[in-house]
Design a protein around this ligand. Structure first.
Ligand code: GAL
Length: 722
């Protein structure tokens, strides 16, 4: 902290001096393609175009460089006066910001770093978009007071590409640049250690800030390089480690908040956590698992079942078909050794489904193209075993890569060898009150280059019905080629392929949730999604498990979209990025901090967003289960009024988002978008909004007195005012 404050003061008072220490490179020469000699200093790049180094090339007119290379070249004069700032006499730091997706960076012709791999590499392509790109160049490589060339070879594996998050900067490395302070958290054992390739000597001190009481905690000090960090799963505590290098006195500082669980433990007696209203079309099969938590065994009864509806009393699954439209109040009764609970919900038999946003799981953010039936089943089982199904997570959606290489001779679609019995999978899911989801594209190919539905829409809709599919994610992707061929670029030409599939889906004798995946900004799908009777539509490109992505998608991109969301038709800001993810064979923990995860879930619930878990449920830890299974938080997402939140106060980096609820109360999210702990005055915000009444902390599930409150970096207070 100290270091940051002093830097800030320094920046205010000595801007000129700071300028001399850091060179900002806002523009670079750019060329699409790939030639080894483009790394060399001697090269005529005058005819290359000029690009901004802080935004991906897609925003600057390079729109067709998908799965391709591009090179950036920057010429920079580095004054020898910069050497004076080189306290460490070690190295020059080249900070690119980030790169989408892989890069190889050269300084005066010599490679100084590489992140991710490229298709020509022995291991094949692996992108690392979003991770920082900071490389070191030896001072011996630098042409002091002369021209230097930084050349960056970029490979874009899909979507956006290029250098972003900058501008590119060059300065002498400091102790902070050259030191890694690493917090480790494993099974409730936390530690912090400091390391540097330069083997610095110095002291490491640790200080804690209890974010609920405001108390400061002394965590000790050492010259040995590592310390134990107390990690209490019941309280949010921010630990700040400061390393002070002995010779220069320069500091490196890093803060960390160990996992803490806010969701209270569920009672052993039955508790209903599901939606209060459920829509089904007349004559369509009802598949509804009664979402009660509590100790098993549990038995179920339902009062007021209309003709045609059935109950599996042991499994707690409503089934059957009701042909007569109507609004049927059902009293659900769940009983176990600890008590009996009754809950009234409404079964609405009519022309609308998805009266609350869909909840469940999707294979993409974990398994990517490596998905298999076995992996899907494993997550489905875990939804049941870990109790997530008792909170309403019922859809089990297979994303791309289930399709066979070729269609059957009669033109019908088939599964590849990784899915030996999709119909059997559907039957198993339905028997447990879960639902089956699938993925396709209106184009000839999907994003993963599998078969799409173009020209086979009717057949595919019929096959989905035969397999027992309850959810279709229909992804624009390969249709971009059809779109490019046609001169018609009107909104109608975006709508057409989606309308076509809708027609055939609706002919099927079952309810198939229709999820549009359409991310072209010009298409503005939220304005016409309901016209193709879509139940949800993606409002953004693909989400990543980094703050920049969650923050940009969740706050900036959703803010103007609240008028378009309503029961039956939801904005979809993409799937959840908590738990173990990987978009492929190997999984790792989400890169979001614990508070970024609380913000992600709180915001998605306020947004009335689809809640599709993106991680492997079988490997889900206790923290993530608690994060996803807070009934009061989920009740905001599932609120029957279905009104999406919007920002009502923007106070610097604090944003307050609010949505009205069916019971007359208001849900509020107070978000701290800054990377520092912030103190907020809830009384002031409430009076600004003209709100008064009982204030409830939804994560803690307890009433609180309004007052001042500390909010973690990128963290949230989720409240309900009644
Ligand atoms: C993308 C889509 C992802 C995933 C992927 C599959 O276009 O946005 O969510 O479905 O395709 O290839």
């Amino acid at each position: 902290m100290k270091l940051k404050t002093s830097l800030f003061v320094f920046a205010l008072c000595c801007a000129a001096a700071l300028h001399a220490q850091e060179i900002v490179i806002p523009q670079a020469r750019y060329k699409t393609g790939d030639k080894p000699e483009w790394k060399n200093n001697v090269l005529d790049d005058e005819s290359w175009i000029s690009l901004d180094t802080s935004r991906e090339w897609d925003f600057q007119g390079i729109v067709d460089n998908e799965f391709g290379y591009g090179w950036y070249r920057m010429r920079v004069t580095i004054p020898s006066s910069m050497k004076k700032a080189d306290v460490l006499k070690k190295a020059l730091l080249v900070d690119l910001g980030s790169v989408d997706d892989s890069d190889e960076t050269y300084f005066n012709g010599k490679r100084i770093g590489k992140t991710g791999t490229m298709p020509g590499d022995p291991e094949g392509y692996k992108g690392r978009s979003g991770t920082p790109r900071r490389y070191l160049a030896s001072p011996f490589l630098v042409h002091w007071d002369g021209e230097n060339v930084i050349a960056v070879r970029v490979f874009n594996g899909g979507g956006r590409g290029g250098i972003f998050g900058g501008p590119v900067r060059v300065r002498m490395a400091t102790v902070a640049d050259m030191t890694e302070i690493a917090f480790k958290e494993e099974d409730r054992h936390c530690s912090v250690s400091v390391s540097s390739p330069f083997k610095f000597k110095g002291s490491l001190t640790l200080r804690g800030l209890d974010l609920e009481s405001g108390a400061v905690i002394d965590g000790g000090s050492t010259t040995e390089g590592s310390l134990q960090v107390p990690c209490d799963p019941g309280r949010p505590v921010q630990w700040t480690a400061t390393f002070t290098e002995a010779k220069s006195g320069q500091e490196a500082v890093k803060s960390f908040i160990p996992k803490y669980i806010l969701t209270p433990e569920a009672p052993k007696s039955p508790r209903y956590n599901g939606p209060l209203v459920f829509g089904v079309r007349p004559g369509s099969p009802i598949i509804l698992r009664l979402a009660f938590s509590g100790q098993r065994p549990m038995t179920f009864a339902v009062e007021g079942l209309p003709d045609g509806a059935t109950l599996d009393a042991r499994e707690g699954v409503l089934g059957g078909r009701v042909t007569l439209p109507g609004d049927y109040p059902l009293t659900l009764v769940a009983k176990n050794a600890f008590g009996t609970t009754r809950q009234t919900i409404r079964l609405r038999v009519g022309d609308k489904i998805a009266l609350t946003p869909p909840m469940g799981w999707n294979s993409w953010n974990c398994w990517g193209l490596s998905v298999s039936q076995e992996k899907v089943l494993s997550s489905a089982r875990a939804l049941l075993e870990k109790g997530l199904a008792d909170y309403g997570y019922h859809y089990v959606n297979i994303d791309d890569a289930w399709e066979a290489e070729e269609r059957n001779a009669d033109g019908t679609i088939a599964c590849n060898e990784k899915f030996p019995d999709i119909q059997g999978l559907g039957e198993w899911l339905h028997a447990h009150g879960l639902r089956l989801g699938i993925y396709s594209s209106p184009g000839d190919r999907t994003c993963g280059h599998y078969l799409g539905s173009l020209g086979h829409e009717k057949q595919d809709a019929e096959t989905y019905n035969a397999w027992g599919v309850d959810y279709l994610k229909y992804d624009w992707c390969g249709y971009a080629r059809e779109f490019a061929k046609s001169a018609d670029k009107s909104v109608a030409s975006y709508v057409r392929p989606y309308l076509k599939m809708e027609e055939f889906l609706r002919e099927q004798p079952r309810d198939i949730f229709y999820s549009l995946c359409m991310y072209s900004k010009t298409a503005e799908v939220w304005k016409w999604g309901h016209a193709v009777d879509a139940n949800s539509w993606r409002t953004t490109g693909d989400i990543l498990d980094v703050w920049g992505s969650v923050c940009n998608i969740g706050f900036a991109q959703q803010a103007p979209l609240y008028p378009y969301s309503q029961p039956g038709h939801w904005n979809d800001p993409d799937m959840l990025v908590v738990g173990k993810l990987g978009w492929g064979e190997t999984l790792r923990h989400t890169r979001l901090t614990v508070d970024e995860q609380y913000t992600h879930i709180s915001l998605w619930c306020l947004l009335a967003a689809n809640l599709l878990i993106g991680c492997d449920v079988a490997q889900m830890d206790e923290f993530t289960v608690a994060l996803l299974c807070n009934n009061e938080v989920l009740a905001i997402d599932q609120d029957p009024l279905g009104r999406q939140a919007r920002p009502v106060i923007v106070d610097g980096e604090i944003q307050v988002w609010s949505r009205p609820l069916a019971d007359g109360a208001t849900a509020l999210g107070v978000f701290n978008l800054s990377p520092e702990v912030r103190k907020v005055d809830l009384v002031r915000y409430l009076s600004q909004l003209g709100l008064s009444g009982t204030l409830r902390d939804l994560w803690r599930q307890k009433d609180i007195a309004p007052g001042e409150s500390l909010i973690a970096p990128h963290g949230v207070k989720l409240l309900k005012i009644k």
